[in-house]
Ligand binder design. Structure first.
Ligand code: IMP
Length: 178
C-alpha cells in the first residue's frame, strides 16, 4: 500500500492497530506519573492533534488541555529556526506541565519550548512525543515518554504532513526514494 503526494511516493509503515496499542500503553505509563497532579497538557499543533486526541481519551484524571502552534519544516526540508506561530497565553506557574509533540526529530522544537516554558516557573515539565527519531539524540534527556521510535525516515499520516497534506491518514507512511 502506498500514497502519492505531489509526485512523491510514501509506503505504508505503521498500521493504525499498532498505533492504537502503543498509545494505550503510553497513556497507562503517563497516568501512573500524573494521576494526582492535575496536569496542564500543552499540545503542539499542527502535527500532534490526532495523537493528542487519542492519548487524552485514555487519561481519566483531572487535567487541562491547551494548544500552541510551531513550525520548522518546509516539505521534507528542515529549517534551523523554529517559529512560534501561536504562543501560550495562560499561567503555568506552579503547575505540572506536559508538552505533547507529534515527533521529535532534531529536538530543536522541544528544546526551544522547554526553554520558553521554564521561564514561566512551572512546578515541573514532562514531555511526551508520538514518534521519536534517533537524530534527536543530542536532546534525548528532554524526552520523558514516546509511543514509537523510528529511524531517520520522513514520515506522514496520523497528524503528520508533507506539504500540508496527509494529516488525515490513519496509518503512518514513509517516504521512498524512486
Ligand atoms: P524538530 O524540531 O527537528 O524535532 O522537528 C519537529 C517538527 O518537525 C515536528 O513537530 C514535525 O512537525 C516536523 N517533522 C519532523 N520530522 C517529520 C517527519 O518525518 N514528517 C513530518 N513532519 C516532521
Amino acid at each position: 500500500m502506498h500514497v502519492d503526494i505531489d509526485g512523491d511516493r510514501f509506503e505504508l509503515y505503521v498500521k493504525h492497530e499498532l498505533i492504537e496499542r502503543v498509545i494505550y500503553d503510553l497513556a497507562v505509563k503517563m497516568e501512573k506519573e500524573l494521576a494526582d497532579k492535575k496536569p496542564v497538557f500543552i499540545v503542539v499543533l499542527n502535527g500532534a492533534f490526532m495523537f493528542a486526541a487519542d492519548l487524552m481519551r485514555h487519561f481519566e484524571f483531572e487535567c487541562e488541555i491547551d494548544f500552541i502552534r510551531m513550525g520548522s519544516y518546509e516539505g521534507r526540508e528542515r529549517r534551523e529556526k523554529v517559529d512560534t506561530i501561536l504562543g501560550l497565553n495562560r499561567e503555568i506557574k506552579g503547575r505540572t506541565v506536559v508538552i505533547i509533540e507529534d515527533i521529535v526529530d532534531t529536538g530543536n522544537t522541544l528544546n526551544t519550548l522547554l526553554k520558553e516554558f521554564r521561564e514561566k516557573e512551572p512546578k515541573e515539565i514532562f514531555t511526551a512525543t508520538f514518534l521519536y527519531k534517533p537524530m534527536a539524540h543530542d536532546h534525548k534527556d528532554n524526552v520523558d515518554w514516546w509511543a514509537l521510535r523510528i529511524p531517520n525516515d520522513f514520515v506522514l499520516g496520523y497528524g503528520l504532513d508533507y506539504k500540508g497534506k496527509g494529516r488525515n491518514l490513519r496509518d503512518i507512511y514513509k517516504f521512498v526514494e524512486q
